[in-house]
Design a protein around this ligand. Structure first.
Ligand SMILES: Nc1ncnc2c1ncn2[C@@H]1O[C@H](COP(=O)(O)OP(=O)(O)OP(=O)(O)O)[C@@H](O)[C@H]1O
Length: 691
């Protein structure tokens, strides 16, 4: 860290690093910009560099070629931008350290294979495993869940057997909505790998925990209590104090009633069992082989990879180490992500920071009311320009300075849909502000280039959807503007978190209107009171607000169309988590509640949150809406099937979803317009764009 010019760890790093080095499961919950990436990357890379080959068996050495096909650690992030960002940080660390990411074991393999990549980021649709004996895997693989699940995670046990660690970044997002099924499949793969560990792995691969961990940390008591003692011990608190950044926090244990029984008891889980075709544990195990585990709901796969790993109190569990990182872990209700985390990783050490779910003290918030309907308008454009000007003025940058003397603040302007982003972008350009668009209508490659423009300071504003709300770390962004108010408080927190990072100060301006007054008021009041936790439960209420908003502008084509279909379209509060663009999509198509989502799976990772939804939404509702909520289990991928279909097609991947038959019928009925994907096993389906 000193080499990076960051000689002090942040509080969260000081607490998390020792626990991860001890190879415990760890859940890191800390506010945006608190340094979670390094908190898991540093110990992970240290582990990969320093592992020794205690017993170099001929079996292992003889199998070097085939073992070389699998990574040692896997980091999951929701989209390609974050994959690249994490890969970049890891690669930079590696360069600074000057060491290859290679313990003795990999060194043996490298001698055989004569080549090794340390870190690689992979995303997009890959239905063939990209590594082979001729092309060894990197030690550290950063990828999207879709990538990993795409080529058949359940069947690739060796991949998971070799992996020493799985990091789930933006864990709340990946454990929710359409990502949940993919992650569930991956965890099932890990769980099964832990079972076959003994059969597949040579003894030298099963290392005991480092000695210091056992002495210093374990108090000999059971499970969560041990973690609680260890985490809450002076280590965490002292480090937090000494980090000098004013952050405090504590490690809290997980010894609660829920976790005392491997997370398999309790009302919610019981209910989940009933939903899971009744085959429970055996079903999970037997579900592999044919893309198994399908069709019976996400919950079954969430029974916790630890159940099979046999972790018991105070011990470092067998199998891979699980590390979860999130800036928001909503805990409302029994079905919350927080509850899922506790069930799936019951003995994980939990590390939290004080400012999680709270207004960041270094972020000044401005609230500006805009009259008129939601969505782009002249009044909103004026308010946006005024917000940028006011922030510059407050920072001591005048209009003249903006012309060259001093750089105006760099701002991220968040919109709820791609259409709004286009409108806001046009308004900025018309006013002479160099702005870069960043939303789903911009092709991924172009997006990456535009992001670089913004990073380099050539564009002063990034006009984006929630695609850019999570995880993106752009040093120098001091101003966040919400052109439209976030769909919910989770997105609100992530958007605001793009500024005031790593100890910098920042300002956030939120434009709000009558349609979102209730949520805005709630968030504002909660922020003033200290934390926005209570506002998480506003999601349901906010759904109603959205409905009202849809009726707000009667006569507006969109909303009148929705109303003409009869009942108000339902907007899934969970799906709203993942981006604003979906709001339009949902409006157009209806459906999509909790029940529906359980059937769904999906990769929005490749294209991020809001954008995909806006593109599907743009197709309008009509026929899709007829199927009620079933379409929520559809997920769309725009590339990757170039061999099978042209770019005029978007891809719907129907992972065992229940509407597959419907789709097939449609395909048969209109075969001239549709093209069924070749890989029937995974039920990929192409549908002509614009249909
Ligand atoms: N110890 C440190 N000292 C100074 N800066 C740091 C330190 N650790 C991390 N940073 C910087 O803080 C910034 C934010 O880090 P990071 O992206 O890991 O935050 P995060 O907690 O993952 O945020 P988010 O929840 O938004 O993804 C980065 O620019 C990183 O380089």
């Amino acid at each position: 860290m000193a080499a990076r010019g960051s000689p002090c760890s942040t509080a969260i790093q000081a607490m998390a690093i020792p626990e991860i080095l001890a190879r415990k499961d760890v859940v890191i919950g800390a506010e945006t910009g608190s340094g979670k990436t390094l908190a898991y990357l540093l110990p992970l890379m240290h582990d990969l560099m320093t592992r020794t080959l205690e017993d170099p068996s001929p079996e292992l050495l003889g199998n070097a070629r085939s073992w070389g096909m699998f990574p040692d650690a896997i980091i999951l992030t929701p989209n390609r931008e974050l994959c690249e960002q994490v890969r970049g940080v890891a690669a930079q660390l590696l360069e600074e350290l000057g060491n290859p990411l290679r313990g003795e074991e990999r060194a043996h393999e490298a001698a055989v294979l004569n080549t090794h990549t340390s870190i690689e980021a992979l995303y997009g649709a890959s239905f063939d495993y990209p590594y082979s004996e001729a092309r060894p895997a990197p030690q550290l693989l950063v990828c999207t869940p879709a990538f990993l699940a795409g080529y058949g995670a359940l069947r690739s046990i060796p991949l998971f057997v070799r992996a020493r660690a799985l990091v789930i970044d933006e864990a709340d997002m990946l454990m929710d909505g359409d990502y949940a099924r993919l992650l569930g499949d991956i965890l099932t793969g890990f769980r099964r790998a832990a079972r076959v560990d003994a059969a597949l792995l040579p003894p030298c691969r099963r290392k005991p925990a480092p000695a210091y961990d056992a002495d210093a940390r374990s108090g000999g008591s059971s499970g969560g209590a041990t973690h609680a003692e260890s985490g809450g011990s002076s280590g965490g608190a002292t480090d937090a104090e000494s980090s000098g950044d004013g952050e405090a926090g504590g490690v809290e244990g997980t010894a609660d009633a829920e976790s005392s029984d491997d997370g398999e008891a309790g009302g919610v889980e019981g209910a989940a069992e009933a939903e899971s075709s009744g085959d429970g544990e055996g079903g999970v195990a037997a579900g592999g082989g044919g893309g198994g585990g399908g069709g019976s709901g996400v919950r079954r796969t969430w029974r916790g990879p630890r159940a099979a790993a046999g972790a018991s109190g105070g011990e470092v569990p067998a199998g891979a180490q699980y590390i979860l990182a999130a800036a928001t872990l909503p805990s409302y209700g029994l079905k919350s992500v927080e509850a899922l985390v506790r069930r799936a990783f019951p003995r994980a050490t939990r590390i939290t920071a004080d400012h999680m779910h709270r207004q960041h003290p270094a972020l000044r918030q401005e609230w500006v009311r805009v009259e008129g309907p939601p969505g782009p308008s002249a009044a909103r454009d004026v308010a946006l320009l005024e917000a940028l000007r006011a922030a510059n003025t407050a920072a001591g940058i005048g209009d003249d300075d903006a012309a060259g003397a001093a750089e105006p603040l760099r701002a991220m302007v968040f919109c709820n849909t791609a259409a709004s982003a286009r409108a806001a972008h046009a308004a900025l350009e018309a006013a002479g502000v160099a702005a870069a668009p960043y939303h789903g209508d911009v092709p991924a490659a172009q997006r990456a280039a535009l992001l670089n423009e913004f990073r380099a300071g050539r564009a002063r504003a990034l006009v984006c959807t929630d695609l850019a709300a999570r995880g993106l770390d752009i040093p120098g962004v001091d101003h966040v503007v919400q052109y439209e108010f976030a769909s919910n408080v989770v997105q609100h927190l992530h958007r605001l978190g793009r500024a005031a990072r790593a100890g910098r100060r920042g300002v956030a301006t939120t434009l709000w209107d009558a349609s979102c007054a209730a949520l805005a008021e709630s968030v504002r009041a909660a922020g003033d009171a200290g934390g926005v936790d209570a506002s998480f439960s506003r999601k349901r209420g906010f759904r109603k607000k959205l409905k009202k908003a849809e009726g707000y502008g009667d006569g507006d084509g969109d909303s009148s169309g929705a109303q003409a279909r009869g009942p108000s379209p339902r907007v899934s509060p969970r799906r709203m988590d993942q981006g604003g663009g979906e709001r339009d999509a949902q409006r157009g198509r209806g459906g999509g509640d909790w029940e529906d989502r359980r059937r769904g799976g999906g990769d929005w990772g490749d294209r991020g949150g809001g954008e995909r939804r806006s593109s599907t939404g743009a197709r309008g509702g009509g026929d899709v809406g007829d199927r009620g909520g079933a379409q929520s289990s559809w997920f769309v991928r725009q590339t990757a099937f170039d061999a099978q279909c042209s770019s005029d097609y978007v891809i719907k991947v129907l992972n065992n979803c229940k509407c597959y038959e419907v789709c097939q019928q449609r395909h048969q009925a209109r075969s001239s317009a549709y093209h069924l994907g070749v890989d029937d096993q995974r039920k990929k389906y192409c549908i002509k764009a614009g249909d």
